[in-house]
Design a protein around this ligand. Structure first.
Ligand code: FHN
Length: 444
């Protein structure tokens, strides 16, 4: 009986999971996936009118701000210090290869010019400029790829009805609406995003989970049809290379081109978002993480990660075969906090020296928790020691024949022994680095 109930629950939750069933990725799409996997490092940007309140991108929900009150925010949003070229320069110097920016978050405010709503940066703010356009131009000049984050969930639009699990206490939300019109609205906006901004490398969806039943412990059935079959097809028809990812917190469905993880490395599920080892698929991976503790600008957040922590997380992500999409929340004036700019610069400096052990690599043969990780590119295996090891190092699982072992970037050979797939060598105390000690194993 229990099993029967489970089958019914699973069937119900999949009922509306219309994916792009017959999707066959084009050559361009497969090339884009390969590029994406090699890129390994990108900047996530959560920026919207909420930044004015300095309390994160969920402030409308968390402070239950009424629709008509929240609607005043755009009139104060005037990011006169925003300089797209400066952002892109910072990204390049950080060694990042792409940017994913929020085009519209859950508050429903479009940070771009749109013909299907007036609730946009161009029509409602004194700034009047389309920041996505400016960023797209700057990215194009510098060869940085651009992804758009797009929220499926909307606390502002009347047609986002049935309303989801969140934003339920926001005063002024409508008590009726036309779901099909909402889908048509999203399709029209996505068409704009994929038509007016040149080449867009990916669309990053979020908010699917808002329409799942929740009993306080577990997610249940999906209450709406997101029409992913039509939405994904639309995107792939407009730009066939465009990579689709959906932060739905489940294993990827047909039509998606990469699998994403939020604040977790692939296979880990510390956030409880439900993406555990059994959900790992064959698509490229990306994990997103905040540079402090918040996505959108949060004035009181002092939880800034150190550059050591950030670099080590990038190494761990690469060793899990995953990209790291590291988030900053720009301030309402258009600037990124100095502390974050500095940390990114530190990461860039490190990558300038050790980038070969990250870019273009895949997961390596030995992984040992938080202390030893490995990446591999062709015949080079990079063993990253994130913590000091006492005495000799012995690593299991070395099947291939070894040509030589050395410290990264040095010709000086390290003596080793390899018996029964166990590799042994010594790292002298004075060779350890604060952040990462990299030993390169070159295979025959
Ligand atoms: O609700 C959002 C949140 O604001 C943020 O955008 C993150 C980024 O991964 N995603 C959602 C939570 O899963």
């Amino acid at each position: 009986m229990k099993q029967f109930a489970l089958v019914i629950a699973v069937m119900m939750s999949l009922q509306f999971m219309n994916a792009q069933e017959n999707y066959v990725p084009t050559e361009e799409n497969l090339d884009a996936r390969k590029w994406f996997q090699d890129a390994r490092f990108g900047l996530f940007i959560h920026w919207g009118v909420y930044s004015i309140l300095g309390d994160g991108e969920w402030v409308m929900n968390n402070q239950n701000i009424a629709i008509d009150e929240y609607e005043k925010l755009p009139s104060f949003f005037n990011p006169t210090e925003f300089d797209a070229d400066e952002w892109v320069r910072m990204v390049k110097e950080a060694g990042m290869k792409y940017i994913t920016i929020t085009s519209r978050h859950h508050d429903g405010f479009s940070m771009f010019d749109s013909n299907v709503t007036d609730y946009t940066i161009v029509k409602k703010t004194p700034y009047k400029k389309d920041v996505l356009k400016l960023l797209a131009e700057a990215c194009k000049k510098e060869g940085i790829k651009l992804f758009f984050y797009y929220s499926l969930l909307d606390w502002h639009d009347d047609n986002y009805f049935p309303r989801g699990r969140t934003g339920t206490k926001i005063p002024g939300r409508s008590t009726s609406g036309d779901w099909e019109k909402y889908i048509a609205f999203m399709k029209a906006q996505l068409t704009e995003l994929l038509t007016n901004y040149g080449e867009i490398t990916g669309i990053w969806f979020d908010g699917h989970w808002d329409q799942k039943e929740w009993d306080g412990k577990r997610f249940g059935a999906l209450r709406v049809d997101w029409h992913y079959d039509e939405i994904y097809k639309l995107i792939h028809d407009l730009q066939p290379h465009c990579l689709i990812g959906n932060n739905h917190h489940i294993a990827p469905v047909k039509g998606e081109d990469f699998q994403m993880f939020e604040r977790d490395l692939p296979g880990q599920n510390t956030t409880g978002f439900g993406t555990d080892v059994s959900d790992l698929g064959q698509l490229p991976f990306e994990t997103c993480k905040t540079i402090n503790g918040s996505w959108g600008f949060n004035l009181k957040d002092r939880n800034h990660k150190t550059s050591r922590e950030l670099i080590q997380y990038l190494i761990k992500a690469s060793s899990h075969n995953s990209n790291l999409l590291l988030n900053v929340g720009p301030m309402p004036n258009g600037k990124i906090q100095e502390k974050h700019v500095n940390s990114l610069a530190e990461m860039g400096k490190w990558l300038g020296k050790y980038g070969a052990s990250i870019y273009g690599t895949r997961s390596g043969p030995v992984q040992r928790g938080d202390s030893i990780r490995s990446t591999q590119k062709g015949k080079e295996i990079y063993i990253h020691f994130l913590k000091k090891q006492g005495g000799d190092v012995s690593l299991k699982g070395f099947k291939a024949k070894i040509k030589k072992i050395s410290f990264f970037g040095s010709d000086e050979r390290i003596k080793y022994s390899l018996k029964k797939e166990i590799l042994r060598f010594e790292i002298p105390e004075n060779k350890y680095d604060e952040i990462d000690t990299i030993v390169t194993v070159t295979l025959r």
